[in-house]
Design a protein around this ligand. Structure first.
Ligand code: PLP
Length: 395
């Protein structure tokens, strides 16, 4: 039986619980619509969203230019596969290689962050003919077979009987270990310049530069996973650009389409041109609606000066929000970790009582901010007031 459209929306949680897998912890509200940085719930609350649907809502909600671009593309040509060339796909790829670090010249479109990493790792193995991949401790790269294999502590939920290649982890920010571990058996090093799930931990520029030097010396591929840190979130289009490091491959998703599901693998010519028809592929990747969303998201970030806005809001948060339970702040741009004096989940719940949504992370003390890039000064002031009002820990 089809669910009645008149069923009370607040029942959505119970109805989902009846018919979907119980693999997500869900928050105690049901969104009805959203505008700007606010979610309006079925019971009439207006919640300031500093989490952006896991760093997806780069332009907030209902941005008129993004909505219009998606609607127009859906009306004109909802879908065609990569069997035909599309103006809008070319526009999206041109925009991506223009904003990417020097040397990145080509895009391969996919549908998610894990799929982007899966393909990036395959490309590195095929390019080098090697079968060992190094990742960095605390990193997260997704839940498919290869992406999960390079995710720190994925053994708890990996699920497959074997990993597709040999894997080892470089201790984060350990330059000496990186130099010792990267040799000519290594196909790729994959790294998040700012480790998102780990609690918005920004790796040092020296460490990232050491990875570049050692991979170049050994003919290994350097993959920057910018699924969470990319598309302007760090105050640069890609977080690695702050350190003048030129990776061989960049992966992108989440904010890439401002909310439309999509991902991309960006690479140098010498890697991309090794592949021919049939080597890589996907049905939906680079579809016209996703491509329109990507091109428009990049255009809005540029024309509305959102990289400047991200840097200003970062500075404001770092000045005003070390208060209440927050001891210090780590991360970059609007990928920030508020290090708390108590479990982050308690602070998240307290902020929700003030109608502010934040996120937790793999570090139990770190609360994550992944706000839309259109965040305003008044929103940060609201957050600072709410943090200040959270009672101190009882001693
Ligand atoms: N890489 C990073 C850095 C991520 O943060 C995530 C998701 O959180 C992924 C990859 C996986 O992306 P997706 O969930 O779109 O597969």
């Amino acid at each position: 039986m089809v669910a009645s459209s008149t069923a009370p929306a607040a029942d959505a949680r119970a109805r989902e619980a009846n018919v979907t897998l119980p693999v997500y912890g869900q928050l105690p509200f049901v969104p009805e619509r959203a505008v700007g940085c606010d979610i309006i719930t079925t019971d009439g609350r207006r919640i300031l969203d500093l989490y952006g649907g896991h760093a997806v809502a780069a332009l907030g909600y209902g941005h008129p230019r993004l909505t219009q671009a998606i609607q127009e593309q859906a009306s004109n040509l909802l879908f065609q596969s990569n069997a035909v060339a599309l103006d809008i796909r070319a526009t999206a790829a041109e925009a991506l290689v223009r904003i990417a670090p020097e040397g990145i010249a080509r895009a391969f479109f996919v549908n998610s962050g894990a799929e982007a990493n899966e393909n990036a790792l395959r490309m590195a193995c095929m390019t080098t003919g090697r079968k060992k991949v190094l990742a960095v401790t605390h990193g997260f790269h997704g839940r498919t077979a290869a992406a999960a294999a390079v995710t720190w502590h994925s053994d708890k939920w990996y699920g497959f009987p074997a990993k597709p290649f040999d894997v080892d982890f470089i201790p984060r920010d350990d330059i000496e270990a990186a130099a010792a571990m990267i040799d000519d058996t290594v196909a790729a090093v994959i790294v998040e310049p700012v480790q998102g799930v780990a609690g918005a931990y920004a790796l040092s520029g020296d460490f990232l530069r050491a990875l570049r030097t050692a991979t170049s010396d050994c003919g290994a591929v350097l993959i920057a996973d910018e699924v969470q840190s990319g598309m302007g979130r760090s105050g640069h289009f890609f977080a690695i650009q702050a350190h003048d490091v030129e990776p061989d491959i960049i992966t992108s998703a989440k904010s890439l389409g401002g909310g439309i599901p999509c991902g991309a693998v960006l690479c140098r010519d010498d890697i991309g041109l090794r592949f021919g028809p049939g080597d890589l592929g996907t049905t939906f990747g680079g579809g016209p609606v996703a491509a329109a969303a990507i091109a428009t998201t990049i255009n809005v970030i540029e024309t509305d000066n959102l990289l400047d806005n991200v840097r200003q809001r970062e500075a404001q948060i770092c000045t005003q929000c070390i208060t209440g339970p927050v001891q210090r702040i780590q991360g970059k741009g609007l990928l920030l970790g508020l290090v708390c004096d108590r479990p982050a989940v308690a602070v998240r719940d307290a902020l929700l009582d003030y109608d502010i949504l934040t996120g937790t992370s793999a570090d139990p003390q770190v609360l994550r901010i992944l706000a839309p890039l259109v965040l305003e000064s008044r929103h940060v002031e609201h957050l600072a007031r709410a943090l200040d009002a959270i009672p101190p820990l009882a001693h």
